[in-house]
Design a protein around this ligand. Structure first.
Ligand code: FAQ
Length: 332
């Protein structure tokens, strides 16, 4: 079915699997959830740590481009909404770090890998948010793409990840609506406001398409991740669904998708569209996007600035433990 997919590194045919691996694959094929203490192949565990960890990092790095606009939101209501949204992203990061921890990795280890550039976060957050209309475009397109990817992940095979996704998706729907609401307001405003909305769409369209990952022929993990139901769809399938859903929304706003080759294809029942510039995508995920250094710098600074607080918590926990031990001795 997925002839385009490259064979994932380490992916095995049934003949190459051990009896334990076959039994595990059978559980996945029966749509059983895998829970933390159960046996799992090492590759499954590692792939989940990579994907859930990167997802968690994306949530907390993703706070930065929008956090940038909290002090400059145009009304008190918009400020309150944006503040709530940015806080939600921190919460999503926490659910996901907790899910990753059930696989035997600590939060500190994951953050160290982020800070040293050894773990990725979504490419999208390496683009600047230049105007208020970008808050609309981020909510509409970035959260829209995130939902397209995350709704199927509610059925992912790993229990803690799937349960985190259910909760996250509920909140993402509100985020997408608030972004579209900003776009509606701007498109119904002055010609300058509508031009700002068009400019935001122009800048965020292709980066949003890149969020789904490289085209299937370059996706190294898809085949194995889909066999394990860590991923439920290919990158290209979700990108196509996103385009099909989003183009009518742009038309409703009276905006033009910045793709001269965008065209409805009756035979496939979807749009034909131009691929993003994949050399740009690979440069961004290699650390060379417009804001990579700034984003990572902000996360490292937050970590270093918080050192005194973490030390305080540890000292408090140690004292509480000492007091509890002393109380136990006194009672003996
Ligand atoms: N950015 O073989 P594949 C959000 C890497 S939503 C950076 O296809 P895979 C909400 C990939 O890691 C955004 N790197 O990989 C929010 C791999 O490199 P590696 C986060 C990317 O994993 C909204 C290599 O390319 N959502 O934050 C990207 O099978 C607004 C080869 O690629 C998730 O993480 C990319 N876009 O498929 C927050 C969803 N794409 O690791 C705030 C869960 C690919 O070998 C504000 N993740 N790479 O060094 C997934 O579904 C998958 O991991 C994909 C990538 C689809 C992202």
């Amino acid at each position: 079915m997925y002839a385009q997919l490259v064979k994932s590194e380490g992916s095995k045919s049934r003949d190459e699997m051990t009896p334990e691996e076959i039994a595990f694959q059978d559980r996945i094929d029966r749509n059983e959830k895998i829970e933390p203490k159960e046996w799992m192949p090492e590759g499954y565990r590692k792939t989940l740590i990579r994907q859930i960890g990167q997802h968690a990092h994306s949530e907390i790095v993703g706070q930065l481009p929008e956090g940038n606009w909290i002090t400059r939101a145009p009304t008190l209501e918009r400020k309150a909404i944006l503040l709530a949204k940015v806080q939600d992203e921190a919460g999503h990061g926490l659910y996901l770090y907790c899910a990753a921890e059930t696989l035997g990795v600590s939060r500190d280890e994951l953050l160290e890998k982020l800070h040293s550039g050894n773990m990725k976060y979504s490419s999208i957050f390496n683009y600047p948010t230049l105007t208020w209309a970008d808050m609309g475009a981020v909510g509409w397109l970035v959260d829209g793409a995130a939902i397209m990817n995350q709704v199927p992940l509610q059925r992912t095979s790993y229990g803690p990840y799937s349960r985190a996704m259910i909760r996250i998706c509920k909140e993402e729907s509100f985020h997408q609506r608030q972004g579209y609401d900003i776009m509606m307001k701007m498109c119904a405003g002055t010609p300058e406001q509508k031009a700002m909305a068009q400019d935001a769409l122009n800048r965020f369209w292709y980066p949003a398409l890149m969020m789904f990952g490289p085209s299937d022929k370059d996706s190294v993990h898809s085949a194995q991740s889909m066999a394990w139901k860590i991923k439920m769809n290919t990158n290209d399938e979700l990108r196509q669904k996103f385009v099909d859903q989003t183009v009518p929304q742009a038309e409703y706003l009276g905006l033009t998708v910045p793709d001269p080759d965008l065209k409805w294809n009756e035979d496939k029942g979807g749009y034909d569209f131009s691929e993003p510039d994949w050399s740009e995508f690979f440069a961004v995920i290699a650390g060379n996007g417009p804001c990579n250094a700034e984003r990572l710098g902000a996360r490292v600074k937050a970590w270093e600035d918080g050192a005194w607080f973490r030390e305080g918590l540890m000292a408090h926990a140690a004292k509480a433990e000492d007091r509890a031990r002393a109380a136990r001795h006194a009672a003996e």
